[in-house]
Design a protein around this ligand. Structure first.
Ligand SMILES: Nc1nc2c([nH]c(=O)n2[C@H]2C[C@H](O)[C@@H](COP(=O)(O)OP(=O)(O)OP(=O)(O)O)O2)c(=O)[nH]1
Length: 167
């Protein structure tokens, strides 16, 4: 069973100020392996021992896409449950400074996509409930309850306009 302290991150590099206009771009990956394989997401992964979530988001983005990101702001925080199991506390960041050219890696195929073509039907089912608010410049705190296998989203509680301070 996953430890209640397991933490993960998702980081969305962006090329414009929030709110993103329909043709403003964000960096997405098509994940090639692990949890969420074949789905589109932002770069991210598990927080390692001794690392802050923010450091983890920067490292995972570099490992998965070859991009160096900075100027991260925290935009969302989620508890994910698969059945009774708490899978992760997940921190979501938007990164305003992006250096480098996205490269395909063993973990992910990265691509810049305009906001209007975010493929919600090929993403985790909760994402359409919070990513639009984040791309509009808002903040979200939520708990998502999936079935035991993590396939179907059964229930959720979501709050907008939360403050994360320096996290
Ligand atoms: N957008 C979104 N991301 C999610 C959801 N659930 C979920 O685990 N994620 C993210 C959080 C992490 O970025 C990623 C799962 O972590 P991972 O297994 O890829 O971690 P990792 O890269 O460290 O994996 P590994 O190399 O250690 O196997 O998926 C979700 O419902 N929506």
């Amino acid at each position: 069973m996953a430890d209640d302290r397991d933490e993960a991150t998702v980081c969305y590099p962006v090329r414009s100020d929030l709110p993103l206009a329909p043709d403003d771009e964000l960096l997405m990956i098509r994940k090639r392996r692990g949890l969420g394989a074949d789905l589109y997401n932002g770069p991210g992964g598990k927080v390692e021992p001794g690392e802050t979530p923010r450091e983890s988001a920067i490292r995972e983005t570099r490992e998965e896409t070859g991009l160096d990101v900075s100027d991260l702001t925290k935009r969302a925080e989620f508890d994910f449950f698969f059945g009774d199991e708490h899978i992760f506390l997940c921190h979501v960041y938007v990164a305003r400074e992006v250096a480098g050219t996205p490269q395909t890696t063993p973990e992910a195929v990265p691509e810049w996509r305009p906001r209007e073509s975010v493929p919600y039907d090929e993403m985790w089912p909760d994402d359409e409930l919070w990513l639009p608010q984040v791309l509009d410049g808002g903040t979200v705190r939520a708990t998502f309850h999936f079935d035991d296998g993590g396939d179907e989203l059964l229930d959720h509680e979501l709050r907008e306009g939360v403050e994360f301070g320096e996290q």
